[in-house]
Write a protein that binds this ligand. Structure first.
Ligand code: MG
Ligand code: MG
Length: 267
C-alpha cells in the first residue's frame, strides 16, 4: 500500500507490547468479520463492522486514509490478490475473500490478513488456502536472529512452487512499527543466506500472496486492486512477527478467527 520509510528498527520490549496490543486487536476484528462471512453479505457491510469494532476498542483503522485508501479493510475476492476496496457486491457461495486489516493504537500498528471461504469452496482452492497458510508458518520459522530476509522468502517460495503455484513478486511483507510499512522489505521469494540480516527485536509483517496459477499480477482501473493476470484465485495470510533468538514470536493471532469459523460450521 506504499513505500516503506525510515530505517530498520529494533524495538524495545515496551514497544513490542504496544505492537502486540494492536496486532491482537486486528485478530479480534477479523474474528468479528469471520462471524458474518456467508453468501449474500457484502464486503462493505464487513468493513462497517470492522471499523466500528476498532473504534470501540480505542483504536483507529490503520488503512483508512493511508495513501488515500478509502476503507478499513482490504477485501480481495477470488482473483483479486490484495488491496481490494469493499463494495456492495454480495459474496457468493464458492468465493474466497482475502481480508487484510490494520489498526493504529497508541502510536503502533497491527497488520494481519486471512483468506476466508464463502460456503463450499472447490477442493483445489481449499488446497491453495491451506498451502498459503503453511507458507506463512514455514516463513515464521525462519524469522530468527542471525538468519537473513532471503531465508524467509525462500521458505515461502519453496513450499508454494512445489505445489505449482505462482508467488507474487510485486508486493512484499515489511517491517511494522510506528509506521504501517517500514524497512526491511520481506519478499515471498529469495535465496537462502541472502539479504538483510535479522536482528532480535525487529518486527516483521510476513505475508505470502500465492496464486493458484501464474505469478503475474495486474492493477485494476480503481488504482488499488491487484488481480492475477490469468484470472485464477489468489490467497493471502499475514502475521506480525518479532525476530527472536532461536524462535520467532508471533504477535498477531488467528485463534479467534478459527473459533468463529468453527462455531459457524457447527451451527
Ligand atoms: Mg496487511
Ligand atoms: Mg502488511
Amino acid at each position: 500500500m506504499g513505500m516503506a520509510r525510515g530505517r530498520i528498527q529494533v524495538r524495545t520490549e515496551s514497544e513490542i507490547e504496544l505492537l502486540r496490543t494492536s496486532s491482537l486487536l486486528v485478530g479480534r476484528t477479523l474474528a468479528e468479520v469471520a462471524k458474518l462471512i456467508q453468501p449474500g453479505v457484502t464486503t462493505l457491510e464487513l468493513d462497517r463492522v470492522a471499523e466500528t469494532f476498532i473504534r470501540d476498542h480505542g483504536a483507529e483503522p490503520g488503512f483508512k486514509g493511508y495513501n488515500g485508501f478509502p476503507a478499513t479493510l482490504c477485501t480481495s475476492v477470488n482473483h483479486h490478490v490484495v488491496h481490494g476496496i469493499p463494495n456492495d457486491d454480495p459474496l457468493q457461495e464458492g468465493d474466497i475473500v482475502s481480508i487484510d486489516c490494520g489498526v493504529l493504537k497508541e502510536g503502533y500498528y497491527g497488520d494481519s490478513a486471512y483468506t476466508f471461504m464463502v460456503g463450499e469452496v472447490k477442493p483445489e482452492v481449499r488446497r491453495l488456502l491451506k498451502v498459503t497458510q503453511e507458507c506463512l508458518e514455514d516463513a515464521i520459522e525462519e524469522a530468527v536472529a542471525g538468519n537473513r530476509i532471503g531465508d524467509i522468502g525462500w521458505a515461502v517460495q519453496e513450499h508454494a512452487e512445489a505445489e505449482g503455484y505462482g508467488v507474487v513478486r510485486e508486493l512484499v511483507g515489511h517491517g511494522v512499527g510506528s509506521n504501517l510499512h517500514e524497512p526491511p522489505e520481506v519478499p515471498n521469494y529469495g535465496r537462502p543466506g541472502n539479504g538483510v540480516k535479522l536482528v532480535a527485536g525487529m518486527v516483521l509483517a510476513i505475508e505470502p500472496m500465492i496464486n493458484l496459477g501464474r505469478k503475474e499480477v495486474v492493477q485494476e482501473s480503481d488504482g488499488w486492486t491487484i488481480a492475477t493476470a490469468d484470472g485464477l484465485p489468489s490467497a493471502h495470510f499475514e502475521h506480525d512477527v518479532v525476530v527472536r533468538e532461536g524462535k520467532a514470536e508471533v504477535l498477531s493471532t488467528f485463534k479467534w478467527i478459527e473459533e468463529a469459523l468453527g462455531a459457524v460450521k457447527l451451527g
